[in-house]
Design a protein around this ligand. Structure first.
Ligand code: ATP
Length: 287
């Protein structure tokens, strides 16, 4: 598939911290998950791709637009929807007022057309009925949907979502996943998350970032397959395991190099992710 977003050699330092270190990737349509431990550089990568901060080195294009020029940057911004980690709501705004405000910032100057677009995106995230309600009176899940509606204004071809399911209960998270999947039809979506379940259920592609570097880039099935033959069950915690924990059944689930004759278990995407982090020198227990 033709890449819609291409990045090569992106690097960015904050003082002595290498937040991004030579990151190259190509995104295509559909939902790509961006996994990584705290401080891996996920938000920094999203901010760079959203043109909120320029990289020190490297280049990228979004839907054929090159943000290195001011014209190209404007074109990237016009094709972009960005849901930041902290959306910066004004709690006294209604859902409609907030999304309308974002639509004004996105240069939708014709009032009638803009209001139609605001109603359209609020319907799309199932908030048509509460559009007149103040944001401070909405649940956490509804607020996140307001933020998603704001990101969808203008039907952007590239949607960047920074940990949108944090703090949502399982039902709200499921609802939000449905909306992300819907948004990924015909669009390029880059979804930063700590939830391996989000990736397993939603994404056709996953990138693992650790220490500012890409440690894995492939399909969820390929990430899961990395843990094949490295997950096993035992009655006691295996001291040779990288990580091990007692499960609800009372037996231990161990990760690492199994002893001969171990009772191997089917790996999950989370197992593949944790083993990838371990290979990257990250602390598995901290993931
Ligand atoms: N504005 C900043 N000034 C200085 N250092 C920063 C700044 N923003 C990020 N960093 C550092 O850059 C590194 C990457 O941070 P970033 O927020 O991109 O990681 P992350 O993967 O999004 O983490 P989290 O999952 O905790 O949100 C971290 O070491 C962080 O402390």
């Amino acid at each position: 598939m033709t890449p819609t977003v291409s990045a090569s050699g992106l690097s960015l330092r904050y003082g002595g911290t290498r937040a991004l270190d030579d990151v190259s990737l190509r995104l295509t349509r559909g939902v790509t998950g961006l996994l990584g431990p705290n401080g891996a550089g996920k938000t920094t990568l999203l901010r760079v791709l959203a043109t909120a901060v320029p990289p020190d080195r490297g280049a990228f294009t979004v839907l054929g637009h090159d943000p290195a020029t001011s014209r190209g940057r404007q074109d990237v911004r016009r094709s972009l929807g960005y849901l930041p980690q902290t959306p910066g709501f004004h709690p006294d705004f209604t859902a409609f007022e907030f999304v309308d405000y974002v639509a004004i910032l996105k240069e939708l100057t014709n009032r009638g057309a803009r209001h139609r677009e605001v109603r359209r995106v609020l319907e799309e995230v199932d908030l048509g009925d509460v559009r007149g309600r103040r944001i401070k009176r909405l649940s956490g899940g509804m607020r996140q949907r307001v933020a998603l509606a704001a990101a969808l204004v203008g039907d952007p071809g590239f949607l960047v979502l920074d940990e949108p399911t944090v703090g949502l209960d399982p039902e709200q998270r499921m609802r939000f996943r449905e909306l992300i999947a819907q948004a990924g039809e015909g669009r390029t979506v880059l979804l930063s998350t700590h939830q391996t379940e989000d990736v397993a259920m939603l994404c056709n592609r996953v990138v693992v970032l650790a220490g500012g570097q890409v440690r894995f880039d492939g399909t969820p099935a390929e990430l899961t397959a990395r843990a094949a033959g490295q997950v096993w069950s035992s009655t006691e915690r295996d001291p040779g395991a990288l990580a091990g924990w007692r499960t609800g059944t009372g037996s231990f689930r161990n990760l690492g190099d199994p002893p001969p004759g171990a009772d191997l278990l089917e790996p999950t995407l989370e197992d593949g992710y944790l083993l990838t982090l371990d290979g990257a020198g990250a602390e598995v227990a901290a993931a």
